[in-house]
Every structure is written in C-alpha cells, then in structure tokens.
Design a binder for this molecule. Structure first.
Ligand code: NAP
Length: 279
C-alpha cells in the first residue's frame, strides 16, 4: 500500500490518479477527506501532519510513502511512526535548489528541503528524492491577471525555466515508488525546453488564441507586495532565484524520459491541458 501526503494538491493528486490508473493500491491523507475529490477506489484517510495522534490509521499496512509537503511542514512525527508501521521506502518531492554536501544551503527553500532529506536519510529507510526546479503549474498564478486583461505583470521577464509538467512529476513518482533500482538516488526533474517568462506567456497566448504579453515589474515592488502575505525570506529566495536565471538558459535533462519511458511534456502541452484554468 502506498500512502500519498499532499494528495489533494497538484502533484500528489496527479500521482494518486496515475497510481490508481495503474491498478496500484493507494491511500491518500487529507485533513478533509470529504472534500478530497479523488478517484473511486482511492482510500482517503483523515489525518493532520501537525497532530501525530491522527497518523497511525493512515500508516496501517503502508509499505511506500510519497511526501509532497507544504513548505515548512515538520515531517518528523510522521517519519517517527513510519518505520514502526512497516514503511520500507520514502519518496520525497524535493527542490532542485538543494546543494548536495553544502555546509550551508543557498536559501530558505533549499534549507527546508535539505533538512527534510536529512531527516528521511536518518530514518534508515530506503529513499528516493525527486528534485524539482520549476513546475509549470507555477504559471497558474497568472490566471487571475489574465481574466482581467492580456498582460501578465511580474518580476524578471527574462527569467528562464525548463518548466516540468505535473503529470511528468506524477509518472516519475509512480515509477520510483517501491522500485529498488531507484533507492538511494536523488533525481533532478526538468521539462524539455528552457523558456523565459516572456516566452511562456506567448506560448499560453497562442494556446488561448489571445495576444498575451509579459510586462516586467521591478523586483523591489514585488518583494514588498508579496511579503505582506508570504514569508519574507521565502519571497526573497524566490526572487533571488529568478534574478539568477534571468538571461541564462535553464538546465534541461532527460531524467523524466529515463524514469517514465517517454520524453518530458513540453510547455505547449501544459498550456493546452490548462486552457480551462485561464478562461
Ligand atoms: N511550486 C514550486 O515552485 C515547487 C518547486 C519545487 C518543489 N515543490 C514542492 O511541492 C510542494 C508543494 O506542493 P503542492 O503545491 O502540490 O501542495 P501545497 O499547496 O503546498 O500543499 C497542500 C497539500 O498539503 C496538504 N496539507 C497541508 N497541510 C497539511 C497538514 N497539516 N496535514 C496533512 N496534509 C496537509 C493538503 O491536504 P488537505 O488540504 O487535503 O489536508 C494538500 O494536499 C512544495 O512544498 C515543494 O516541496 C514546489
């Protein structure tokens, strides 16, 4: 039995669906199972990572664990119970910002994910890390702006990313879960092509049949605005990452293909799959 944490958000949900389609036994953890909306046949168990007393029923008969964690979540209470419950393999959706072997990670996002990776290694259980740089679903943050006009305003028009489709992440997770050949490995997942934010918005415009454009907003203005409702260090890390990628093509690798057997889906495909989100 596979237990998926974060099963009702983008990556976890897609993975649950992929596993269920493949006929694998999968269970989802949710604080509100009645709102989970997962496919028939998927067992949804109520549990809250911040309340360890709720986790034992979810772990019953679980042999593999997929962790898609909200940023900053303390996963030790779950890991403490996982080994005793019979879990053998932990797969963690981590961040491409993690620097292996560094005494100090470059930012708070890398630090958090590196800490969780260390905690997983410390359990002594088999592990696999899937490190994401830039999920294509980040573009969903443009949907509100595009409902009101044809301009996306944001920082760093020239920031480049090889955006990875959430279905590729899900299929990669399904491929490694419970597979001994992938234990003890950290894989970096990228999409098939580096695109700047300007180019991503143009791709989206062509898919929607609209003349969309990206308009750059100065870094400082975005920092101040986002820091009003998000952790300022987290916002700083995101913007520093974007600044560092501006004008430089993002790395592209074939790890998705190696894990799933097919090339990573291009951003054009992602746009076609998400038309309804922008209409
Ligand atoms: N976005 C990026 O740029 C990026 C890049 C690299 C890696 N990632 C990874 O992807 C993760 C985010 O994934 P996401 O956007 O799919 O999810 P998310 O929106 O960060 O988290 C929501 C999910 O977490 C569950 N959850 C939240 N609090 C919980 C709690 N106390 N107990 C149990 N479950 C809880 C929710 O389930 P219920 O509401 O059903 O309880 C829901 O399924 C990041 O944290 C990071 O590790 C993201």
């Amino acid at each position: 039995m596979i237990l998926v944490i974060g099963a009702t958000a983008q990556f976890g949900r897609q993975t649950v669906e992929t596993l269920a389609d493949a006929g694998r036994q999968v269970r989802a953890l949710s604080r509100t199972p009645e709102r989970a909306g997962l496919p028939d046949g998927v067992e949804v168990v109520r549990g809250d990572l911040t309340d360890p007393s709720t986790l034992a029923p979810a772990l019953h008969h679980v042999t593999e664990l997929l962790l898609v964690l909200p940023y900053g979540m303390d996963v030790r209470p779950l890991l403490d119970q996982a080994r005793g419950a019979g879990v053998r393999h932990v797969v963690f959706l981590s961040s491409g910002a993690v620097v292996d072997g560094a005494d100090e990670q470059p930012d708070v996002i890398a630090s958090y994910h590196a800490r969780v990776e260390r905690e997983i290694r410390a359990t002594g259980l088999a592990w696999t890390f899937l490190r994401l740089f830039f999920p294509a679903v980040n573009s969903l943050s443009w949907a509100m702006q595009l409902k009101g006009g044809d301009v996306v305003r944001g920082p760093y028009a020239a920031a480049a990313a090889s955006a990875v489709h959430e279905r590729d992440v899900a299929e990669a997770a399904a491929a490694v879960l419970g597979s001994p050949e992938h234990t003890g490995r950290a894989y970096e997942l990228t999409g098939p092509q580096s695109l700047t934010q300007t180019e991503q918005v143009e791709v989206l415009g062509r898919a929607l049949g609209r003349d969309l454009r990206f308009e750059e907003v100065p870094d400082q203005a975005v920092r101040e605005q986002l820091s009003q409702f998000m952790d300022a260090d987290f916002v700083g890390a995101l913007l520093d990452l974007m600044a560092a990628t501006a004008g430089k093509p993002a790395a592209v690798n074939d790890t998705v293909e190696q894990l799933t057997g097919h090339p990573a889906r291009p951003y054009t495909q992602w746009a076609d799959d998400h038309l309804a989100d922008f209409r």
